[in-house]
Design a protein around this ligand. Structure first.
Ligand code: BDP
Length: 714
């Protein structure tokens, strides 16, 4: 990485651009032309003017002001900048320990007074740091937090902040709800869609620095010479934005592509095949990131097909990547049948702790099952004490209403990252056991499964952009609050779409933030409160199907496995009297989860099978509480509809109408969920729905007949 040092100087601001853009959501949160810059401007870029950060800043600047950003080349009176560059203020800073601590991607932004002028300085050790610093400064301007007293020092929590695309080479996207893949494989490498650069810019603006281009359910084709050329073309677009490219690979590739008899990791020809393939990739893309592997999971091939272990398979590929500094991300999403599914990944991997090469990192989903609306954290976090582990979050809303429901996921991820594992005593949060604080590793990382497609607004629902944004911000800083993220995103995304007064903009933004911050809990309430999980419709996971029964299906793919409803009660007994999944957690959590009185109610039915008449902390019976939770989920969505409708005059008509229409779907779906779940479970509880709650408007038998045509949901 090039060592560099740059400072951007804003003495004051002037000018106002007036560009007209369609309000179709395509500009994401980078709506620079809508920024009101209301002071007088003098700006300069000094140091190396060829720095990419400077051109990105200039790009935004010209949209904000309608003016070109002045660089030292253009400024008639550039003596100030030259003098500053030579001045001891800057020289001292260059050498300061503070600068050293910034590492490769950190930056500082500071107001200094120089020759009686207030200047804003962005400084970093590398081009990448400057890029992040410049976007941070832009964000301050966008969110009206720019001042003449800035003192910001930032560096990222994780080394690698990665989007995982589940994009197939045929252009479809697994669990994608925003159109087709943005990667136009047929056109690559010759034709580069302008979307690639826009994608890279958006990622850089929120601190993301890596991408896995293709689905974890990978086909061997991605490793053909033809595809390597296509990947190379994408990598060249992303490189200036400091984004490293990774791909998912299929473990059986040596057999299928290389025509070897098998893909046994102990077979020398197999090892050689991987070495050659990796060499070919690095010849084309010297800064290639590495591979992501889903092996022996959901029918995919892996080392266990040959009586080998995950360690054998991972280390073999890691050895091929090692000479080039490549990283191998190996997924722990495995659940060979045989025990409570929530225990399987831990059981499989815990014995491998400390046995992987140092360029292997284990990718663990946030919860032990599968990206449910709410899960306790996976017990693998903290348990692997000598192995790098990276959290995998799901940005795409597979289990949270696809792109029809407005659900802001930052609070869910914040809950996970801030959960205490107690692995190294109090304070060993999921964040701290994965960011290098407790487990010393060469590389730390966090991944989010992308929700991006080729829809004009990128993510299907306009508000789903907030989840892409939030993932980037939390990957950069796991200490940032959901509230701060919601406020930032809202003020960058819904700024001055209409010519309204300042106070109406503020009110509008307050309403949006209010919706965002409560929306995850709302969704949990109308889908799966109190620790319920996986009671979704078969396969597409949209809508309720707690009664689902597919003859011959794996039991742990069916809702009944998880809810266990009977006349006696409901929930999965994972206590020491049941599957004993609680034993995979550290004390005092395992005792807490094990004890029905101490277990947090949000996880009650995750860990316990509970009688319908069980007394909740608020004095209600479990059955009544369930009814009220579902009902409050419905009421909350209705509230969002009202809040949104009130904003009509504040929001551009296109985005207003599109969100309004999806809120209607969400409200109907919430009623559907409530009716389906309560009517179905009532056949077991045989208790009345509390009389102050709105009555169901469906018949259970009709709800059971619903089979969705998922074309409408993709
Ligand atoms: C599940 C999805 C499936 C993915 C799998 C995975 O339903 O489409 O392939 O996870 O993460 O959530 O591998």
């Amino acid at each position: 990485m090039k060592r560099t040092f740059l400072y951007l100087i804003l003495v004051s601001l002037s000018g106002l651009g007036n560009f007209l853009f369609a309000e179709d959501g395509s500009r994401l949160w980078l709506r620079f032309s809508d920024v009101t810059v209301n002071e007088k401007l003098f700006s300069g870029v000094s140091g190396r003017t060829d720095v990419f950060a400077a051109s990105e800043f200039a790009h935004a600047w010209s949209q904000m002001t309608g003016d070109e950003l002045l660089t030292q080349k253009h400024i008639a009176d550039n003596s100030l900048i030259f003098a500053l560059a030579k001045d001891k203020v800057v020289r001292n800073m260059r050498l300061s320990t503070e600068m050293k601590k910034l590492g490769d991607e950190g930056f500082l932004i500071r107001t200094i007074t120089y020759q009686n002028k207030k200047l804003t300085l962005v400084a970093a050790n590398t081009d990448a740091g400057l890029l992040y610093g410049s976007f941070h400064l832009l964000r301050m301007i966008q969110t009206n937090t720019f001042s003449d007293q800035i003192k910001v020092v930032e560096k990222p929590a994780y080394d690698l902040r990665i989007l995982n695309h589940w994009d197939n080479l045929n252009g479809t996207v697994e669990r994608g709800y925003a159109g087709r893949s943005i990667w136009k494989w047929d056109e690559l490498p010759a034709k580069l869609s302008p979307r690639y650069e826009a994608y890279a810019r958006a990622n850089a603006s929120i601190g993301l620095n890596a991408t896995v281009l293709n689905n974890v359910n990978a086909t061997p084709d991605i490793l053909t010479t033809e595809y390597i050329q296509k990947i190379k073309a994408l990598a060249s677009v992303f490189r200036p934005f400091n984004i490293k490219v990774f791909i998912s690979i299929n473990f059986a590739s040596p057999k299928q592509l290389g025509r070897l008899p098998d893909a046994d990791p102990m077979r020398p020809e197999v090892q050689k095949w991987w070495k050659e393939k990796v060499k070919e990739i690095y010849r084309a893309i010297p800064d290639f990131g590495g591979f992501l592997v889903k092996a022996n999971s959901e029918g995919l091939p892996g080392p266990m097909d040959y009586g080998r272990t995950h360690v054998d398979g991972a280390n073999m590929i890691a050895d091929a990547l090692k000479p080039y500094g490549g990283l191998l991300m190996w997924r722990a999403f495995v659940y060979e049948p045989g025990d409570d599914r929530a225990k399987l990944a831990y059981k499989e991997f815990i014995g491998f702790d400390g046995k992987f090469r140092d360029n292997v990192i284990i990718q663990v989903k946030n919860g032990p099952i599968d990206f449910q609306p709410r899960e306790p954290f996976s017990p693998l976090f903290g348990a692997m004490k000598r192995t790098p582990v990276m959290p995998e979050l799901q940005i795409t809303q597979e289990y949270l209403g696809h792109s029809n429901h407005l659900v802001f996921l930052a609070p869910m991820w914040e809950e996970v990252l801030k959960s205490d594992t107690f692995a190294f005593g109090k304070g060993s949060t999921v964040a701290a056991v994965t960011d290098g604080t407790f487990v010393k590793t060469k590389t730390t990382a966090i991944a989010g499964v992308a929700n991006i497609g080729d829809d004009i607004n990128w993510t299907g629902h306009h508000f789903a952009q907030a989840n892409w944004y939030a993932f980037g911000r939390q990957a950069w800083s796991h200490q940032i609050t959901s509230k701060q993220i919601a406020e930032e995103w809202t003020s960058m995304t819904f700024d001055k779409s209409q010519q309204t007064t300042k106070s109406s903009i503020v009110n509008c933004q307050l309403s949006i933030v209010e919706i965002l911050l409560s929306s995850h809990e709302t969704c949990v309430n109308y889908m799966m409160p109190l620790g319920l999980h996986h009671i979704f419709a078969w396969d597409h996971h949209y809508g309720p199907e707690p009664w689902c029964d597919i003859p011959g299906a794996r039991p742990d793919w069916l809702p009944k496995y998880y809810h266990n409803a009977s006349k006696a009660g409901i929930g999965f007994d994972r206590t020491d009297k049941g599957s004993n999944a609680v034993s995979q957690y550290f004390s005092p959590l395992r005792e807490q989860f094990n004890n029905i009185e101490a277990c947090p109610e949000k996880y009650l039915l995750w860990f316990h099978h509970v009688p319908w008449s069980h007394k909740m902390k608020n004095g209600r019976t479990l059955w009544d509480e369930l009814c009220y939770r579902y009902d409050s989920g419905v009421q909350q969505v209705r509230e969002y509809q009202k809040l949104w409708d009130k904003l009509e005059s504040e929001i551009d008509s296109q985005r207003f109408a599109e969100v309004q229409s999806r809120l209607r779907i969400q409200a109907r779906d919430a009623v559907w969920w409530k009716n389906a779940i309560l009517l179905y479970f009532q056949t077991y509880s045989q208790m009345p729905i509390p009389f102050d709650i709105e009555r169901p408007v469906h018949e259970l038998d009709d709800l059971k007949k619903i089979k969705l045509d998922m074309k409408h949901h993709n």
